[in-house]
Ligand binder design. Structure first.
Ligand SMILES: [Fe+2]
Ligand SMILES: [Fe+2]
Length: 275
């Protein structure tokens, strides 16, 4: 079952499907997320990797389609759809689809959040200089940490006001959605805990598990500080950026509560004296 998908969409960054063609036998197909993977680079043949996670929002697939902003629909009959382990030679293609997804989210909320987060996480990891910290992998965690937002509705991503209780409940699951999307990629296995716990607080008040202090992996503690900094200094579609000095002040205010004080000190030093 081959499809020359590139003729329809040169960039396989997100999944475009005729949802009607997937709706069979009353199954809840809307919880299935399909990640496009390039199967044959020379002939530009694309396939889709199936992810069926009961935790995804019921309209997760629709949200992913919406996020792409593309009007193209492709019939299931023309697709290569596969499940199970991803072949080693396709692993890298799968990961590159996840990077494209991160870029789509950045474009959606008009920020450079994923890109800048990856960059600052690497800078901090380099400064710490611990040989156990894999700077490259931490950078990847920074780039991919929010891809779970692709299954959260676009309206919620760019909502100008505060989210209501129901919306927060979905949004608070985005670290776990990110992990679900990354799990099929064997090379990303070691960074899953970093992504899963990037919203944990140093004092245990965070989510999803309320772990605290050094129970939180150091990579996640770095990502947490950087995430807050880039969120404030980049701004969003609905919120203006603030200065780096104001952002640092805000992070220092939460040092020891939300953030690991040692990482806060490093971040402040790097921003003020090196970049
Ligand atoms: Fe996040
Ligand atoms: Fe983030």
């Amino acid at each position: 079952m081959k499809s020359h998908y590139s003729a329809l969409n040169a960039s396989p960054s997100t999944t475009i499907l005729d949802l009607g063609s997937l709706n069979r036998g009353g199954d809840n197909w809307s919880q299935i997320i399909l990640v496009p993977v390039e199967l044959d680079e020379t002939n530009h043949v694309f396939g889709y990797y199936f992810l069926n996670n009961q935790k995804f929002p019921t309209d997760g697939q629709k949200n992913l389609v919406e996020l792409s902003g593309s009007p193209i629909k492709v019939e299931l009959a023309n697709l290569n759809v596969f499940t199970g382990p991803i072949l080693p030679k396709l692993q890298i293609n799968y990961i590159s689809s996840l990077f494209n997804l991160a870029e789509s989210i950045d474009q959606c909320d008009r920020s450079h959040h994923s890109h800048d987060t990856g960059m600052w996480v690497e800078r901090i990891a380099k400064r710490i200089g611990n040989p156990d910290l894999d700077v490259f992998k931490l950078g990847v965690a920074g780039r991919l940490h929010d891809i779970g937002k692709s299954v959260v509705s676009k309206d919620m991503l760019i909502k100008p006001g505060p989210l209501n209780e129901k919306e927060w409940k979905i949004m608070h699951q985005h670290p776990e959605f990110s992990v679900a999307l990354m799990e099929p990629a064997i090379a990303l296995e070691t960074i899953l805990p970093i992504v899963k716990w990037h919203h944990e607080w140093f004092n245990g008040d965070g989510y999803p598990d309320g772990i605290k202090g050094e129970e939180i992996p150091i990579g996640a503690r770095i990502l947490s500080v950087v995430d807050a900094y880039t969120t404030m200094t980049n701004g969003r579609a609905y919120r203006s950026p603030i200065t780096k000095e104001d952002a640092l002040q805000e992070i220092q205010k939460y040092s020891g509560r939300q953030f690991d004080p040692e990482i806060v000190d490093i971040m402040v030093d790097l921003v003020l004296f090196e970049y």
